[in-house]
Structures are given as C-alpha cells and as structure tokens.
Write a protein that binds this ligand. Structure first.
Ligand code: ADP
Length: 658
C-alpha cells in the first residue's frame, strides 16, 4: 500500500520530493500510506501540474502545493515551512479574507472565482501588495463530501501593475491634452489646425475665430469657409507647406479678406506661422496655423509715415528751420535752414548757449531766456513755446526776425527732457510791419501838433462862450471840445501802438495816487457826458509807482468802453482798492456783455466783437490791446468777467512793488 501511495506522489519536481520525504507520521495527517485515495489522486494531479496549485486538506486545512506555486511565496517566504502547515498558521495576514471563502467551499457551497484580487501577503520580508486570479473548488472524499479546497491560482501582480501604469499614463496624457487644449483656447494668438490636403478646419481657437466673426469654420475646407483666399499667393504658400513639410513664417503680409461672410474684402495684415503637422508615421497630415492680425498697427504706421512725409515736404517747402534740443544729453540739432537763420553755413556742432543764445540780438536775449524758462516749467503753459525774436548772423552779421514755435516734453517728474520746434524767417514781414508802424507813428505825430493847437483855441473859445449868453455857442464849443478830446485819444492810441510794435513804448514811472488819478479821469468824463452815471465806492488812498499817463489811458479806455457798450441811463460801477497782492481797479457796466467765445480774443490787436450793435459804435479794436500791453509792461494783470446781455466787469491789478 505504501508503495502504491508513493506512486501517486512520484515526480512533481522539488515539491514532489519534499512531499514524499516529509515525515508525515509525526503530523496529524499520519503516514502517507494511510492517506485516502482521493487525496492521493488530487496530489498526483497537483504535483505534476505546471499551473500554480495549492491544497488545503481536512479539518485542519493542512497545506500542499506544487513547484509552479513556489514563486508566489517570494524569497525567504513561508516555503518550505508551509508544506503540511495548518492554513491558519501559515496565512495569518489574509486569514480573515480567505477563511470565509474556504468555509463556503468546504460547506459544499459554490466554487469561488476571483480575478485580479488584491491579497497582500508577507513575503520578501515585507507585506506586499499581491494580486491574484484564483479559483477555490472542493475536493471530495470517498463519501462524496468536501474534504479539501483546491486552489488553482495565478499571480497577476505584474499584469495589474502594468494595467495601472497604463491607466495612469492615460490619465496623464488626458490631463496634458486638457492643458494643451486650454493653452490653445486661451493663447494670445489665433491658432487653427487645417487637416488634410483639403485643409479642413479641424480645430479653431477663439482668437482665430475672431478674425472671421460669425463665419462657420469648423469642419469646413478653407476655400469653402474663406473663399476669397482662392487664387491668392497665400493659397500656394499653404500648399507648399503641406507638400514639403517646411515651416513658413510671414510678417505683415497683406491678405485681402472680408471679416464676415458677406462683408467687404479689406486689406488686412497678418503675422503668421504655418507649420506642418505630422501623423505618427511622420507624414504631413495637416497644417498648424498661428496668426496675429496687425492691420491696425500697419495702418497706423503707414499713416504716420505719410504724415512724416507731408511734414518733411512742408518743412522743405515752407523753408522751416527746425530745432531739437535733447535737454538731458545737452545736445542741440539744427537743420540747414535753422543754421541759416543764425547765419551759420557749416555743419559744425551747435550748442544751446554757444549758438542759440549767443546768436540772439542782445536786446531780445533776456526776453527769450525768460520765455524759455516758462516753457520749461510745465505748470505755466504745458511746455508751449511761441515767440518772435531777432538774431544777428554769426557769419554775415545780418539782422533777421524769427518766429519760433515749439514744444517742450517732460518726464514723469515734470522735468523738461526735450524741446523741439520750428523757426521761420519773418524779417520781411516784420520790416513791412515796422515800416507801417513808423508810418502810423509819423502820421499820428504829425496830426497831434495841429490838434494840440486846435484844442487850445477851442478851449479858449469855450471858456469865453461859457460866460456869454449864447447857448448854441456854449453847446457847440463844448461838443467840439469833446470831439477833439476823442480824436486826441485816438491819435494817442495809434501812436502808442506804433511805439509798442517797434519796441519804443517805454514806461516813465513816478509815484502817484491811483485813486486821485481815477477821480480826476471820472470827473473829466462827467463834465462832457450825461448819458450814464458813474458810481464809485469811496476808496482809501492807493499810491503806486507807475507810468501815470499810460495807466491813465488804460482807465480812460475802460471807462469809455463801459459807456460805449451800454445803453443810455445805465450805471457804471468803479472800485479801486488795495488788496493783499497790490492795487486792483474794476470797472463794471450793465451793458451788452461779451460772449464766452469772444472773451479769449478781447485783448487782441484789432479785435472787435461782431454783431448788430457794433455797426453803430465806432472803434478800431486797439484800446484793450494797448491797455493789456501797458498793464503787462507793469508786470500787472488785466482780465474780464462778463455775461452776455447783463454786463461786463474789467479788472486790472498791479504788483505791490511795480
Ligand atoms: P474798440 O472799442 O475800439 O472796438 P477795444 O479794444 O477797446 O476796441 O475793445 C475791443 C472790443 O471788445 C470792442 O470792439 C467790443 O466788441 C468789446 N468790448 C470792449 N469793452 C466792452 C464792454 N465794456 N462791454 C462789451 N464789449 C466790450
């Protein structure tokens, strides 16, 4: 019997040997010779199988396994002690998981089949995550009851790990694709993919779509979606990229395209890259397009170039001199024309001090320097430069009149950094003006002499007549006196203008009482004028150091205007007060008033408001101009506040130390 029993256990490699040689008689199994036939039969199958197999036998679940099962124990694992061991002692770590399965089978229940089940086991000196695909089935005893559990199993750890790695890689790829898509959708350039030789829009990002608002692109061939491309060079470029696989880069390329499907074709400019897309075999299967529209940029530049050209032409034809002072670097540039305005014929370097300031007429230099100081102070008039001055040519010593206009530019701290502008030769015009002024001056002067004697005669006659009875005579002579006075004022005005323009209007300063002068002038006017009432608030004495005659003519002018430009019977209010910054005079009328748009020009030479009333009021538009110039020479200020139809108030103030 024992020989027959061993015969069942023959072969089976290492495990066959172990099973045969173990001294089973010392175990609960007893000697092999006594083993039931069903066990021997099962073991003979198990030992010879190349599939990993394992058997629990009997109530103690004594263990058997074959060579194929050995790798599942790992190195230095449970083998060889596991052979003949009680299941519970061998697998404490997984017993709670597998015991119910064993029980189920032992109780005659269904066989168990599990795929890729994680059953961590202790091997290689650690608890390892091991995956199994296994079946538990019962082995019956002679009486047909389950007496053991046969495990046919396969470790699938490697497979599961590979699958997991694959899944992870897939998830990552997916994520990357998402990120790529996000980039694609949010890219600051238009991007699209044209697929196949037909160039079908496979993908279009929002910026690309914006190039063609409202047009359906996705899924359509390029020529179908954007038919105007047909026959354009760009079509050949695309075809070439597709056939050669070479990348094409274009800058500011003009492509006439409509924006919307039914819109007009416009000249549009684009920067773009066409890049071949290849399939996994390396063959071109589409084109990746990156594009940025630069139409506005290019158009703006063209516009600027055009303006520059026009400007250049204007500069050349108008014979404009131009200057460019880099204040930071201390560098001055003059064009040829500007050099000639300063009598410079060579191309030598010019400087601000050595060329510009030194080239000015000595009498004009302080005025020009003062103006430039203002130009460089941003708060004064935002860097605007506008002045007339004389130069004396370096080489030819010629005197030239120049009109210069320019602009200073400031940094973020309002420091001037650049000063550019143009200069025009106005010598001829200026000379004409001077001749005209001289003429006016001469005529006025010549008219003044006979008028002075006429005035003296009329005054004497007037004086006599006032004592007499003849009221007509009295009246007529008084009127003649008034007219002579008006004429005198007029002639004085022209005389002053001519003096002013030729720079000969000089101030004769003296100390005098401004309030007294004002009272005298008002009294004077009142003698011959009975149409208006001049009212003044009593004022304390105000002494000034100024040109009495000229300040007097300003006062006369303001008062006469107040009378001229308001209706009969209206009141004129005059004040004279000493303010914190100096004396200030105001003349308020209840007259026509001045339109806001005229106020800016009211102090300009020869300016007269246009309107129906003006036809009946005589004047030349020089009174306010002269007044303003006189006040300016005194470093004072003159201004007006006015409301149309309600009246005007003219003010002037003088500095406290004029
Ligand atoms: P004129 O009175 O000789 O025309 P002015 O230089 O004195 O020259 O004044 C310029 C213009 O300003 C006048 O033509 C007039 O239109 C306007 N103007 C001056 N003063 C007044 C005022 N008080 N009220 C309304 N308009 C005035």
């Amino acid at each position: 019997m024992s020989e027959i029993a061993l015969h069942y256990l023959k072969d089976g490699g290492e495990m066959g040997e172990h099973t045969r040689s173990l001294d089973w008689s010392k175990t609960s199994m007893g000697a092999i010779a006594r083993w039931p036939k069903n066990l021997l039969l099962t073991l003979s199958t198990l030992l010879r199988s190349r599939s990993p197999m394992f058997l629990w036998w009997g109530p103690n679940l004594i263990q058997f396994y074959n060579d194929a099962y050995l790798p599942s124990f790992g190195k230095e694992g449970k083998h060889p002690a596991a052979l003949g061991q009680h299941g519970e002692n061998c697998w404490p770590e997984i017993w709670p998981v597998i015991k119910p399965l064993i029980d189920q089978v032992m109780a005659g229940g269904e066989a168990v089949w599990m795929e890729d089940q994680l059953i961590p086991i202790y091997r290689n000196n650690q608890l390892e995550d091991v995956y199994w695909t296994f079946g538990y089935s019962s082995v019956l005893n002679e009486s047909g009851h389950p007496a053991g559990v046969l495990v046919i199993c396969n470790e699938t750890t490697e497979k599961v790990k590979a699958l997991k790695a694959l899944a992870k890689a897939q998830a990552e790829a997916e994520q990357q694709r998402d990120r790529l898509k996000q980039f694609f959708m949010q890219a600051p350039a238009g991007i699209c993919i044209l697929h196949g030789a037909e160039l079908v829009f496979e993908l279009v990002n929002p910026l690309y779509q914006q190039l063609f608002p409202g047009r359906e692109l996705l899924g359509k061939a390029l020529l179908e979606a954007v038919p105007e491309v047909k026959g354009q060079p760009i079509q050949q470029v695309l075809a070439k990229v597709y056939t050669t696989g070479n990348t094409f880069e274009g800058k500011e390329l003009l492509i006439p395209l409509a924006r919307t499907a039914d819109g007009p074709v416009e000249d549009r400019y684009f920067n773009f890259i066409y890049q071949a897309r290849r399939d996994h075999m390396g063959a071109v299967d589409g084109i990746l397009v990156f594009v940025i529209e630069v139409t506005d940029l290019v158009n703006d530049r063209h516009e600027m170039e055009k303006t520059q050209d026009t400007l250049k032409a204007a500069v050349t034809s108008a014979q404009l001199g131009t200057f460019d002072l880099d204040i930071t670097a201390g560098q001055l540039k003059w064009n040829d024309r500007c050099r000639r305005l300063f009598g410079v014929s060579d191309q030598q370097e010019v400087t601000y001090e050595g060329s510009f300031l030194a080239g000015l007429h000595p009498q004009d230099r302080p005025r020009v320097e003062a103006h430039i100081a203002e130009v460089f102070d941003k708060s004064v008039n935002n860097g605007h430069y506008d002045i007339e001055f004389r130069t004396i040519g370096f080489e030819d010593q010629r005197l030239r009149w120049i009109r210069a206009i320019g602009q200073a530019y400031f940094d973020h701290e309002d420091q001037p950094i650049r000063f550019v502008g143009s200069a025009l030769d106005i010598t001829e015009q200026k000379e004409n003006e001077l001749r005209k002024n001289d003429f006016i001056g001469m005529v006025s002067h010549e008219l003044k002499t006979p008028l002075t004697s006429l005035k003296a005669y009329v005054q004497v006659l007037n004086h006599k007549a006032q004592k007499g009875e003849d009221s007509f005579e009295k009246n007529a002579l008084a009127k003649a006196d008034l007219q002579i006075k008006k004429m005198g004022d007029l002639i004085n005005g022209f005389l002053n203008i001519s003096r002013l323009e030729s720079g000969k209007l000089t101030l004769n300063r003296q100390n005098f009482d401004l309030d007294e002068l004002l009272t005298d002038i008002i009294d004077d006017i009142n003698i011959t004028m009975d149409t208006h009432e001049i009212r003044f608030t009593p004022w304390p004495p105000v002494t000034v150091y100024a040109d009495k005659d000229k300040i007097g003519s300003v006062l006369t002018n303001l008062l006469n205007n107040a009378i001229k430009y308001s209706l009969k019977g209206k009141v004129i209010h005059v004040t004279c007060e000493m303010l914190e910054n100096g004396p200030q005079v105001s003349v308020r009328d209840e007259g026509l008033g001045i339109k806001p748009q005229d106020i800016a020009y009211i102090f300009d030479r020869y300016f007269r408001v246009e309107g129906k009333h003006m036809a009946h009021i005589s004047g030349f538009g020089i009174g306010l101009y002269l007044s303003a110039e006189i006040i300016k020479q005194h470093q004072g200020k003159i201004w007006v506040e006015s409301e149309l139809g309600k009246g005007s108030t003219f003010y002037f103030s003088l500095p406290i130390f004029a």
